[in-house]
Ligand binder design. Structure first.
Ligand code: 5RP
Length: 225
């Protein structure tokens, strides 16, 4: 079976009746959303908050009852994909450009599960670019600051045009290299006007659910949660 589907299907086993659920974005979360749709079809009572317009559309088509982020004061469980994650549960997300909503949802959740195929497990994060959501207004200024810090930002382009997030902003993809100083980059980004959020999701998840070819689904629990 597809490793991403394995992980998405397994994660759906953690979804319980009555939950308010955060639904992630991307090709792994796609399988999760399908599995949650099946739970709803079989009579489970739950409500969900999607982390992107794409996930919202998929969830609506499956008949999953939806809430907006400002209609809730907490989320029971958020399940989402990742781009890279290290053994200390430090993750990079935002490859699909949904990092802002994903972070709002994850920080409001009592419990977070990241789902992935085995290629996402790394010793040190940073080989994958770090997505940063920036405001359109003054974006060149923010890009220059990131360039000055040596972050090698590249403004994301899709289908020949500057990529615009569901929130109407741009994405700068930083090329930092594996093993970059996470605390330093996080602090420097926080000081740049126009940076709205970054794709560092540090020690947020309670467990990773990993689809592997050799061992099927592997569950890695975070002892610190
Ligand atoms: C979207 C994300 C995704 O969760 C991340 O890019 C992983 O995607 P995929 O499951 O397609 O590999 O952060 O913003």
């Amino acid at each position: 079976m597809d490793m991403k589907k394995m992980a998405g299907d397994k994660a759906a086993e953690y979804v319980k009746d009555g939950m308010v659920l955060g639904l992630g974005t991307g090709s792994t979360a796609y399988h999760l959303v399908n599995a949650v749709g099946a739970l709803v079809k079989n009579g489970m009572n739950l409500r969900a908050i999607p982390t992107s317009k794409a996930t919202e559309k998929q969830a609506r088509e499956l008949g999953i009852p939806l809430l907006t982020i400002d209609e809730v004061d907490h989320i029971d469980l958020a399940i989402d994909g990742v781009d890279e994650i290290d053994p200390a549960f430090n993750a990079i997300k935002g490859g699909g450009g949904a990092l802002y909503r994903e972070k709002v949802v994850a920080t409001l959740a009592d419990e977070v599960i990241w789902i992935m195929d085995e290629s996402k497990l790394v010793d040190k994060i940073g080989a994958f670019h770090l997505p940063v959501e920036i405001a359109q207004y003054g974006s060149k200024q923010a890009m220059k600051k990131m360039e000055d810090f040596g972050f090698h930002p590249v403004l994301r382009v899709k289908d020949g045009a500057t990529f615009v997030t569901d929130n109407g902003n741009y994405i700068a993809d930083l090329h930092l290299g594996a093993g970059f100083d996470i605390a330093d980059v996080k602090e420097k980004l926080a000081g740049i006007v126009g940076v709205l959020e970054h794709g560092l999701f540090l020690n947020m998840c309670k467990r990773m659910i990993v689809g592997t070819t050799a061992e099927g689904v592997k569950i890695i629990e975070n002892a610190s949660k």
